[in-house]
Design a protein around this ligand. Sequence first.
Ligand code: ATP
Ligand code: MG
Length: 264
Amino acid sequence: MSKKEPKVIAIANQKGGVGKTTTAVNLATALVSVKKKVLLIDLDPQGNASTGVGFEQSKERNDIYDVLHDSSKIFDAVYKTNIPKLKLVPSTLDLSGAEVELARQEEREVRLKNAITKIKGKFDYILIDCPPALGILTVNAFTAAHSIIVPMQCEFYSLEGLSHLVHTINRVKKTYNPDLTIEGLVLTMVDKRNSLTDQVQSDIKGFFGKKVYKTVIPRNVRVSEAPSFGKPVLIYDSKCKGSKAYLGLAKEFLKQEKKKVVNE
Ligand SMILES: Nc1ncnc2c1ncn2[C@@H]1O[C@H](COP(=O)(O)OP(=O)(O)OP(=O)(O)O)[C@@H](O)[C@H]1O
Ligand SMILES: [Mg+2]
Protein backbone atom coordinates (compact mmCIF):
# COMPACT_ATOMS: atom_id res chain seq x y z
CA MET A 1 0.00 0.00 0.00
CA SER A 2 1.54 3.35 -0.94
CA LYS A 3 1.65 5.88 1.87
CA LYS A 4 -0.94 8.12 0.28
CA GLU A 5 -3.53 5.43 -0.17
CA PRO A 6 -6.23 5.52 2.51
CA LYS A 7 -7.09 2.34 4.34
CA VAL A 8 -10.67 1.50 3.44
CA ILE A 9 -12.70 -0.45 5.98
CA ALA A 10 -16.26 -1.69 5.58
CA ILE A 11 -18.30 -2.04 8.76
CA ALA A 12 -20.67 -4.86 7.91
CA ASN A 13 -23.03 -7.53 9.15
CA GLN A 14 -26.26 -8.32 7.35
CA LYS A 15 -28.02 -8.75 10.66
CA GLY A 16 -29.90 -5.58 11.59
CA GLY A 17 -29.32 -3.54 14.73
CA VAL A 18 -26.03 -5.12 15.81
CA GLY A 19 -24.13 -1.83 16.20
CA LYS A 20 -22.65 -1.26 12.73
CA THR A 21 -23.51 2.42 12.56
CA THR A 22 -22.60 3.08 16.19
CA THR A 23 -19.23 1.42 15.60
CA ALA A 24 -18.61 3.27 12.32
CA VAL A 25 -19.46 6.68 13.80
CA ASN A 26 -17.51 6.22 17.03
CA LEU A 27 -14.47 4.51 15.57
CA ALA A 28 -14.30 7.35 13.02
CA THR A 29 -14.55 9.91 15.84
CA ALA A 30 -11.92 8.13 17.93
CA LEU A 31 -9.55 8.08 14.95
CA VAL A 32 -9.90 11.82 14.29
CA SER A 33 -9.25 12.42 17.99
CA VAL A 34 -5.78 10.96 17.44
CA LYS A 35 -5.24 13.21 14.43
CA LYS A 36 -6.10 10.79 11.66
CA LYS A 37 -7.86 12.14 8.59
CA VAL A 38 -11.08 10.19 8.32
CA LEU A 39 -13.92 9.98 5.82
CA LEU A 40 -17.13 8.23 6.83
CA ILE A 41 -19.22 6.93 3.94
CA ASP A 42 -22.86 6.22 4.71
CA LEU A 43 -23.90 3.38 2.42
CA ASP A 44 -27.21 2.65 4.12
CA PRO A 45 -30.50 4.14 2.82
CA GLN A 46 -31.58 4.54 6.45
CA GLY A 47 -28.96 7.31 6.70
CA ASN A 48 -28.27 6.66 10.38
CA ALA A 49 -24.55 7.41 10.15
CA SER A 50 -25.37 10.75 8.47
CA THR A 51 -27.83 11.87 11.14
CA GLY A 52 -25.53 10.41 13.80
CA VAL A 53 -22.86 12.98 12.94
CA GLY A 54 -25.32 15.85 12.62
CA PHE A 55 -25.80 15.96 8.85
CA GLU A 56 -28.96 17.68 7.70
CA GLN A 57 -30.47 16.52 4.46
CA SER A 58 -31.61 18.85 1.76
CA LYS A 59 -32.49 18.38 -1.89
CA GLU A 60 -29.53 20.44 -3.09
CA ARG A 61 -26.98 18.31 -1.33
CA ASN A 62 -25.19 15.44 -3.06
CA ASP A 63 -25.09 12.01 -1.52
CA ILE A 64 -23.73 8.51 -2.01
CA TYR A 65 -26.54 7.75 -4.44
CA ASP A 66 -25.18 10.42 -6.80
CA VAL A 67 -21.65 9.06 -6.35
CA LEU A 68 -22.68 5.50 -7.26
CA HIS A 69 -24.18 6.80 -10.48
CA ASP A 70 -21.31 9.11 -11.36
CA SER A 71 -18.03 8.57 -9.54
CA SER A 72 -16.77 12.10 -10.25
CA LYS A 73 -19.55 13.41 -7.97
CA ILE A 74 -17.45 12.25 -5.01
CA PHE A 75 -15.72 15.64 -5.10
CA ASP A 76 -19.04 17.38 -4.42
CA ALA A 77 -20.41 14.87 -1.91
CA VAL A 78 -17.90 15.19 0.94
CA TYR A 79 -19.36 17.28 3.78
CA LYS A 80 -18.22 18.61 7.12
CA THR A 81 -19.81 17.08 10.21
CA ASN A 82 -20.44 18.07 13.82
CA ILE A 83 -17.06 16.57 14.58
CA PRO A 84 -14.08 18.71 13.63
CA LYS A 85 -11.93 17.00 10.96
CA LEU A 86 -14.40 14.18 10.36
CA LYS A 87 -15.83 14.25 6.83
CA LEU A 88 -18.93 12.50 5.57
CA VAL A 89 -20.38 11.27 2.31
CA PRO A 90 -24.03 11.15 3.37
CA SER A 91 -26.85 8.88 2.39
CA THR A 92 -30.50 9.64 1.89
CA LEU A 93 -33.57 7.57 1.15
CA ASP A 94 -32.72 8.03 -2.55
CA LEU A 95 -30.32 5.18 -2.03
CA SER A 96 -33.14 2.72 -1.36
CA GLY A 97 -33.73 2.42 -5.11
CA ALA A 98 -30.07 1.85 -5.85
CA GLU A 99 -30.10 -1.92 -5.33
CA VAL A 100 -32.63 -2.35 -8.11
CA GLU A 101 -31.23 0.34 -10.40
CA LEU A 102 -27.63 -0.79 -10.14
CA ALA A 103 -28.62 -4.40 -10.83
CA ARG A 104 -29.20 -3.39 -14.43
CA GLN A 105 -26.02 -1.39 -14.91
CA GLU A 106 -22.51 -2.10 -16.12
CA GLU A 107 -19.67 -2.42 -13.62
CA ARG A 108 -22.21 -2.25 -10.82
CA GLU A 109 -19.91 -3.82 -8.23
CA VAL A 110 -17.01 -1.40 -8.69
CA ARG A 111 -18.86 1.94 -8.52
CA LEU A 112 -17.75 2.81 -5.01
CA LYS A 113 -14.20 1.61 -5.58
CA ASN A 114 -13.89 3.82 -8.67
CA ALA A 115 -15.10 6.83 -6.69
CA ILE A 116 -12.78 6.18 -3.75
CA THR A 117 -9.80 5.83 -6.08
CA LYS A 118 -10.41 9.42 -7.17
CA ILE A 119 -9.82 10.81 -3.66
CA LYS A 120 -6.53 9.10 -2.93
CA GLY A 121 -4.18 11.08 -0.72
CA LYS A 122 -6.85 13.06 1.14
CA PHE A 123 -7.58 10.63 3.98
CA ASP A 124 -5.83 8.13 6.23
CA TYR A 125 -8.96 6.06 6.75
CA ILE A 126 -12.24 5.64 4.96
CA LEU A 127 -14.94 3.85 6.98
CA ILE A 128 -18.01 2.57 5.16
CA ASP A 129 -21.21 2.00 7.14
CA CYS A 130 -23.02 -0.85 5.34
CA PRO A 131 -26.75 -1.58 5.29
CA PRO A 132 -28.13 -4.72 6.98
CA ALA A 133 -28.08 -6.78 3.79
CA LEU A 134 -25.63 -8.58 1.51
CA GLY A 135 -26.86 -7.00 -1.72
CA ILE A 136 -25.15 -4.85 -4.30
CA LEU A 137 -24.43 -2.00 -1.87
CA THR A 138 -22.51 -4.20 0.55
CA VAL A 139 -20.75 -5.90 -2.38
CA ASN A 140 -19.66 -2.41 -3.52
CA ALA A 141 -18.23 -1.80 -0.04
CA PHE A 142 -16.39 -5.16 -0.03
CA THR A 143 -15.00 -4.49 -3.49
CA ALA A 144 -13.70 -1.08 -2.42
CA ALA A 145 -12.36 -2.14 1.00
CA HIS A 146 -9.05 -3.45 2.24
CA SER A 147 -10.75 -5.07 5.19
CA ILE A 148 -14.00 -5.55 7.09
CA ILE A 149 -14.93 -4.96 10.72
CA VAL A 150 -17.89 -7.09 11.81
CA PRO A 151 -19.84 -5.86 14.84
CA MET A 152 -21.68 -8.68 16.57
CA GLN A 153 -24.20 -8.74 19.33
CA CYS A 154 -23.81 -11.49 21.89
CA GLU A 155 -27.05 -13.30 21.21
CA PHE A 156 -28.07 -16.86 20.71
CA TYR A 157 -28.54 -16.31 16.97
CA SER A 158 -25.41 -14.22 16.41
CA LEU A 159 -23.42 -16.93 14.68
CA GLU A 160 -26.30 -17.78 12.39
CA GLY A 161 -25.91 -15.89 9.18
CA LEU A 162 -22.19 -15.42 9.64
CA SER A 163 -21.64 -18.19 7.10
CA HIS A 164 -23.57 -16.07 4.55
CA LEU A 165 -21.33 -13.14 5.35
CA VAL A 166 -18.18 -15.25 4.96
CA HIS A 167 -19.56 -16.66 1.70
CA THR A 168 -20.12 -13.15 0.33
CA ILE A 169 -16.62 -12.10 1.39
CA ASN A 170 -15.14 -15.13 -0.40
CA ARG A 171 -17.18 -14.44 -3.52
CA VAL A 172 -15.93 -10.84 -3.67
CA LYS A 173 -12.36 -12.05 -3.03
CA LYS A 174 -12.57 -14.41 -5.99
CA THR A 175 -14.03 -11.90 -8.41
CA TYR A 176 -13.03 -8.34 -7.55
CA ASN A 177 -10.83 -8.05 -4.51
CA PRO A 178 -8.39 -10.91 -3.78
CA ASP A 179 -6.72 -9.11 -0.86
CA LEU A 180 -9.90 -8.47 1.13
CA THR A 181 -9.60 -9.61 4.77
CA ILE A 182 -11.58 -9.51 7.98
CA GLU A 183 -9.95 -6.78 10.07
CA GLY A 184 -11.70 -7.87 13.23
CA LEU A 185 -14.94 -8.76 14.98
CA VAL A 186 -16.21 -6.55 17.75
CA LEU A 187 -18.72 -7.67 20.35
CA THR A 188 -21.30 -4.97 20.95
CA MET A 189 -24.04 -4.26 23.48
CA VAL A 190 -22.43 -6.74 25.85
CA ASP A 191 -24.41 -7.29 29.02
CA LYS A 192 -22.39 -9.06 31.66
CA ARG A 193 -25.53 -9.98 33.59
CA ASN A 194 -26.81 -12.07 30.71
CA SER A 195 -25.72 -15.66 31.24
CA LEU A 196 -25.68 -16.34 27.49
CA THR A 197 -22.97 -13.71 26.93
CA ASP A 198 -20.02 -15.86 28.03
CA GLN A 199 -21.16 -18.83 25.98
CA VAL A 200 -21.73 -16.80 22.82
CA GLN A 201 -18.42 -14.96 23.29
CA SER A 202 -16.50 -18.20 23.52
CA ASP A 203 -18.35 -19.61 20.48
CA ILE A 204 -17.40 -16.57 18.44
CA LYS A 205 -13.79 -16.77 19.63
CA GLY A 206 -13.75 -20.49 18.79
CA PHE A 207 -14.80 -19.64 15.26
CA PHE A 208 -12.72 -16.53 14.57
CA GLY A 209 -9.86 -16.81 17.09
CA LYS A 210 -7.57 -13.79 17.26
CA LYS A 211 -9.73 -11.80 14.88
CA VAL A 212 -12.06 -11.05 17.80
CA TYR A 213 -11.08 -7.76 19.47
CA LYS A 214 -10.31 -8.01 23.16
CA THR A 215 -12.18 -4.75 23.66
CA VAL A 216 -15.91 -5.33 24.03
CA ILE A 217 -18.54 -2.61 23.85
CA PRO A 218 -20.91 -2.73 26.84
CA ARG A 219 -24.59 -1.98 26.61
CA ASN A 220 -24.80 1.62 27.77
CA VAL A 221 -27.78 3.95 27.68
CA ARG A 222 -25.61 6.97 26.81
CA VAL A 223 -24.64 5.21 23.55
CA SER A 224 -28.28 4.89 22.55
CA GLU A 225 -29.10 8.49 23.51
CA ALA A 226 -26.31 10.12 21.51
CA PRO A 227 -27.71 9.75 17.94
CA SER A 228 -30.82 11.78 18.75
CA PHE A 229 -28.48 14.72 19.45
CA GLY A 230 -26.68 14.22 16.14
CA LYS A 231 -23.52 13.32 17.99
CA PRO A 232 -21.30 10.28 18.45
CA VAL A 233 -21.34 9.14 22.08
CA LEU A 234 -17.66 10.11 22.24
CA ILE A 235 -18.75 13.75 21.90
CA TYR A 236 -22.08 13.46 23.74
CA ASP A 237 -20.54 11.98 26.89
CA SER A 238 -16.84 11.28 26.57
CA LYS A 239 -16.57 9.80 30.05
CA CYS A 240 -19.28 7.14 29.88
CA LYS A 241 -18.52 3.43 29.63
CA GLY A 242 -19.51 3.26 25.98
CA SER A 243 -17.14 6.07 25.01
CA LYS A 244 -14.26 4.53 26.93
CA ALA A 245 -14.90 1.24 25.17
CA TYR A 246 -14.87 2.85 21.71
CA LEU A 247 -11.61 4.67 22.53
CA GLY A 248 -10.21 1.31 23.64
CA LEU A 249 -11.36 -0.27 20.39
CA ALA A 250 -9.64 2.43 18.33
CA LYS A 251 -6.43 1.92 20.30
CA GLU A 252 -6.53 -1.83 19.79
CA PHE A 253 -7.31 -1.37 16.11
CA LEU A 254 -4.35 0.98 15.62
CA LYS A 255 -2.02 -1.30 17.56
CA GLN A 256 -2.97 -4.32 15.46
CA GLU A 257 -2.52 -2.30 12.31
CA LYS A 258 0.98 -1.31 13.32
CA LYS A 259 1.82 -4.97 13.89
CA LYS A 260 0.55 -5.81 10.42
CA VAL A 261 2.66 -3.09 8.81
CA VAL A 262 5.78 -4.33 10.64
CA ASN A 263 5.05 -7.91 9.53
CA GLU A 264 4.46 -7.00 5.89
N1 ATP B 1 -23.35 -0.21 23.20
C1 ATP B 1 -24.64 0.13 23.07
N2 ATP B 1 -25.41 0.33 24.15
C2 ATP B 1 -26.72 0.67 24.04
N3 ATP B 1 -27.34 0.85 22.88
C3 ATP B 1 -26.63 0.66 21.75
C4 ATP B 1 -25.25 0.29 21.79
N4 ATP B 1 -24.81 0.17 20.50
C5 ATP B 1 -25.85 0.46 19.72
N5 ATP B 1 -26.95 0.75 20.45
C6 ATP B 1 -28.29 1.10 19.94
O1 ATP B 1 -28.82 -0.04 19.29
C7 ATP B 1 -29.50 0.33 18.11
C8 ATP B 1 -28.85 -0.34 16.91
O2 ATP B 1 -27.52 0.15 16.77
P1 ATP B 1 -26.95 0.57 15.35
O3 ATP B 1 -27.87 1.49 14.65
O4 ATP B 1 -25.55 1.00 15.53
O5 ATP B 1 -26.98 -0.86 14.63
P2 ATP B 1 -26.86 -1.16 13.07
O6 ATP B 1 -26.24 -2.52 12.97
O7 ATP B 1 -26.19 -0.07 12.37
O8 ATP B 1 -28.39 -1.22 12.64
P3 ATP B 1 -28.94 -1.36 11.13
O9 ATP B 1 -28.73 -2.80 10.78
O10 ATP B 1 -30.39 -0.98 11.22
O11 ATP B 1 -28.14 -0.44 10.28
C9 ATP B 1 -29.44 1.84 18.05
O12 ATP B 1 -30.61 2.36 18.62
C10 ATP B 1 -28.23 2.19 18.90
O13 ATP B 1 -28.31 3.47 19.47
MG1 MG C 1 -26.83 1.03 10.68
